[in-house]
Design a protein around this ligand. Structure first.
Ligand code: MN
Length: 265
């Protein structure tokens, strides 16, 4: 049996060295003991291109990730809406596999849908337009052809606009749309979805085409860390570094849940 860990939305930024330190602790003390680690987007607060890694002060993070290789922990990396410019150069430098969003991954004997989560926030029309534009090869080639300084300025403006935009948007607009969740799960024929992005840590249970389905949401790392652990049939959300269990669920192959421990914190 394989032990897997899932994290997302660390938003690592050299301006917050304590966040980078917490991530390094997590890699060295927790992730090295797992068979595989999935980073489901927004590991970085922003990513200006693989050629700007050193300039942006991200080397320490690369060094942390490289520790996994020495412990035979397989690393999977999915783009978020902040770090979608991470390319194969960076991915291979830390021996990670880039996962498309969405990806159906077979965990032990169960298919699980992995996403960053922003594509499910369909009520946020402005974000979906931005997402569609920035995921085109043409847009990416154009931005990557600019100098690092120009890209930095562009990223700074994006963050300012995003902060301004988000304070004007209602809470519900910034959460996932349940119909979009169900459509994605039906399309990929899964009963379990794991994603981040909304920073609303939880395990949701609902009915999907007459069967019980689950959506596990990873949290952000702004105040403290958190991770999802999968061991055999059990999925458990923990905070980090205190390892307090936030929620846990046991899902058997027939997808009949036997326990759902409600969030305590
Ligand atoms: Mn995000």
């Amino acid at each position: 049996m394989t032990t897997s860990l899932f994290i997302s939305d660390l938003h690592l930024d050299p301006a917050r060295p304590e966040g980078i330190q917490l991530f390094d602790d997590f890699i060295r003390n927790k992730a090295v003991n797992a068979d595989q680690l999935f980073i489901l987007g927004d590991l970085f607060e922003y990513w200006l291109g693989d050629d700007a890694c050193e300039h942006s002060g991200y080397q320490a993070i690369s060094e942390s990730l490289a520790v996994l290789d020495g412990h035979n922990t397989k690393l999977y990396f999915m783009h978020g809406n902040r770090d979608f410019l991470v390319g194969t150069g960076f991915a291979s430098s830390v021996s990670s596999s880039l996962l498309p969003d969405p990806t159906v991954f077979r965990l032990n004997d169960q298919d699980v849908l992995l996403m960053h989560g922003d594509s499910l926030c369909t009520d946020d029309v402005a974000h979906q337009q931005f997402r569609a534009a920035t995921r085109s090869e043409e847009w990416q080639n154009n931005i990557l052809s600019k100098t690092i300084h120009e890209r930095e300025e562009f990223a700074r403006q994006l963050r300012m606009n995003s902060q301004k935009g988000n304070t004007e948007k209602s809470e519900s607009i910034m959460d996932v749309n349940q119909a979009a969740v169900e459509a994605a799960m039906q399309e990929h024929n899964v009963r379990l979805l794991i994603h981040g992005h909304t920073h609303r840590t939880a395990i949701h249970e609902f009915q999907l085409a007459g069967k019980t389905a689950h959506r596990i949401v990873l949290g952000d790392w702004y105040k403290k860390g958190n991770y999802l652990e999968h061991d055999q049939t059990k999925f458990s959300l923990f905070s980090y570094p205190d390892d307090t269990m936030l929620a846990s669920i046991k899902i058997t192959k027939e997808s009949s849940p036997t326990t759902l421990k409600k969030r305590q914190a």
